[in-house]
Design a protein around this ligand. Sequence first.
Ligand code: HEC
Ligand code: HEC
Length: 560
Amino acid sequence: MNKTHGHVGWVFLAAALATSQGACSKSKDNGDSVNQNQTQEGPADQGPDLPRLTGGDATKGQQVFRFETFGNEGFWTDAARLPAGIVAAKLTPVQALQAGLSVNVDALDAATKTAVANELAAQGTSGPLLNDPATTLALLNANAVIGVVVKDSNGDGKLDVATGDKVGVSCALCHAITDGSVVKSPNNLGGGSIGKQVDGPTPHNLNVGGIFALAANTRAFFPLLQVKFAAFGNKSIGRAPSDQGLTETSTEAQVDALVGNPAFYPLGTFDDAPDGTGAQQHIAPFFRTDLAAPWGTPGDIARLENFDNLVYTVLLDPTSLVTPEGRAFLRALLDEAAGNELADDYLTILKDTQVRGKGGVVGEGFPYITATQVTADKAGTEEAPVGLRVSEDALRDLNAYTDGLAAPAPGAFDATLAARGKEQFAARCTRCHNVAQSKRVPSFIVPMKSIFPGYNPTVLAERPAEAGVRPIAFDPIQNDPSTIFDDKTVVVDASRRGEPRGSAMPLLLDLGRKDRFLHDSSVVGLTSLVDPMRGDKAPHPFYVPDAAQRTELVEFLKSL
Ligand code: HEC
Ligand code: HEC
């Protein structure tokens, strides 16, 4: 059904529905159960085919993936002040590796490569070069620190952070690893590694919260963090206790303490919703994108390029949220009062911390990024949530690149056990998952009651009835680590696509390198994931009672 929407914010996703879903836009069940018929291979109903932009150039797409910022260096350098924080902290290469950052050895000149290799051979990682903050700056200037991109902002033909060149962030920060050929990961240093860059797999130990804390003005990340809303009775939602949520008067030290605490901001996670909830999720793999859709854990976004555009226009430069279209987006996402509150408080912070946008005036000239302003009817849609769209060619090229990125080869597994485990999987898990991960992932949303039977939310706020969206609702025991599973869907869910609140299906690839499972990283180890000890009400309660069969199933999962 193609309704007309009066309110700008609520046309979010309507365009995609109207064009791509035709027969499938019939209303789904009321969100309480999944009723897929099972075959040995996978669910009988694989869900609608969700299209994406195709026909791009993968070689250009690699450059986009690794180096394109669309100008977000304005945000990271002038608003968040990450390079100033790196200099002030005297961050050494070893400390950068400890934070989970990785170094692309191919970006180093021959002399540096040899010097690093010689030092590693003689002294391991305790040598002077790898413990000198000047080396960190040299690595940055060589664009060797993966995903942390230096731009020639002063136009002198050289890259040098010390002379005013700015530092932005590309997708590779959270979506690439190295082969560990020079320094392995994980190792005694923590997460990062040095070697040839491998795009797509998750850097599981990347300390995103720690990197935010390193920035000299961490308050610039405010809308992506756990915020205490007056509009919601001074509640905040996230892993920290509710009363520790941030406000516009929180100090830099308070914000650093929240994001720098791995209990509140776990390793390998980031929150990709600018909604003031602190719902960090484990970084998803970003390869074989031809096999996946919809996008986002709650499956709220139908098309890949739209997810990518959201990352560029909001998450890597959240100052777009204080524009008129950004405010409309927040009001639609939250509600009138909470949306305005978040935008107002964020602007207050930008002013209080003397942040100058384009044009150099404090509190004005946002966002920094270069993107096209779409027409009013497209603002607030999935295509342009805050009314901005980056280059269509770049999005198409990026799709071509990530579609073609192969899943890494599996690590060691026992083939005999895995073959038996495959039978377990075919018998127990194919109501939702396909056995063959070379097939497109089923595109339906698994409703909350099926994926998390213990879900019993309290309604925080109703949203405009015209949208047909579910209320903002949270599980009141959300700060108990065992029940943070629903945090991601408190505000964002697929209801605006006419789908239930719940979880999209993941591809089951590269699981052998992972030690925490589900989007909230709540389950440690594959064996626990399928162990009935976790209980009937737990998230993803699909179990194998027999211990030997569990072992077989785990070997199968590791083989994918
Ligand atoms: C600061 C870390 C970070 C950066 C930088 C980042 N991402 Fe992600 N990405 C994540 C996390 C966390 C997830 C998992 C979120 C989810 O699935 O909803 C994710 C998931 C994704 C997904 C998959 C979603 C799914 O449903 O499986 C895509 C596509 C994606 N990111 C695209 C991008 C693009 C494009 C860029 C660069 C413009 C980018 N990301 C930069 C952290 C990051
Ligand atoms: C009712 C549908 C359903 C059934 C049945 C089901 N799964 Fe899942 N599975 C999902 C969904 C949805 C997710 C993503 C959940 C999330 O984190 O939001 C998931 C996630 C996973 C993950 C985690 C992937 C990651 O990277 O963290 C693994 C592994 C997995 N399932 C294995 C299994 C196995 C093994 C079985 C059978 C014993 C099974 N599943 C049965 C729907 C299902």
